[in-house]
Ligand binder design. Sequence first.
Ligand code: TXA
Ligand code: MG
Length: 327
Amino acid sequence: MAMEILNGYDRKGIEKAVSLLRKGEVVAFPTETVYGLGADATNSYAVAKIFEIKKRPKFDPLIVHIGDMDDLFNLTEEIPNEAYSLAKRFWPGPLTMILKKKEKVPGIVTAGLPTVAVRMPSHPVALELIKTFGGPIAAPSANPFGYMSPTKALHVARFLHSKIELILDGGDTPYGIESTIVSFEDGKTYIHRHGAISMEELSEVINPVLERGSSGGKCVAPGELPYHYAPHRPLRIIDGVEEIGEHDSSYLAFTSPDFNPKSKYTKVLSPSGDMREAAANFFSYLIELDREDVKIIYAQRIPKHGLGKAMMERLEKASKKYTHITY
Ligand code: TXA
Ligand code: MG
């Protein structure tokens, strides 16, 4: 794929980026912290491409970048007063807040979590992009898995050339480190990731700000949190429908089954076996199949290449939760 680097301060660059985002493509753009790899946050299929490009072996929840407070109200519920105070002081800017998500936020954006991470960046190119696009943009840092975050358009080009069509160049990112991430629980504010806004600065607005793991803190590190979320029903990985023994069950198939499964409910991730389509459906189907009236969820083994690895990692975790159950 031919890759272009366009000046983000130029109308032409913004318009090209917006037209790619509208087509469900992924574009790299500068923020005041590091460069991000963005897609339409409401389009699961587009978001699946981010994981594919980053080659993440697992799904991490993404930060959703917004352009104004209306976007925040569209994405989240039950915004605590502390969040308003922090937004007033630090937005637009390098502060990310974890809040309860509205149902419509796609599961692939939040890795199946009931919360979503949101920030309003202050970089003029990022803001212009979000506002012209007219909706929220989900973006992790624009590095392949295991690399450092890019602070120059050239880093992104070196990392991801041939994988993306466009990098918006906004020069060197001013902070050069990622945003600070906070969450709220029972009237308390927790820091999840130290970043561009210091604990001292946060404490000027909210006092105290607690370190995760400090006394009484129920929160865990962002890297750990997603994996605590698994279906309530036990899950078993199987190779084919013939292994389904229980009628009161759900079946998460990777591709279309050869014959009718015994399960009450079946969802097919991708009839043609397309990883990207499968990943886009993965979390919402799994949540849908986790029903009161089933005893077990069967999941068809997914080939461990591309996004299949991330999906299998998830299924394996979920299946280990109930190793004592045999069906
Ligand atoms: O400065 C930044 O934050 C950059 C720019 C591009 O905005 N983005 C960034 O994204 O650093 P990423 O994906 O590299 O890191 C986001 C972190 C991950 O560690 C993820 O686990 C955590 O945020 N996170 C996202 N949503 C979360 C949620 N709902 N609950 C807990 N942690 C979450
Ligand atoms: Mg990152």
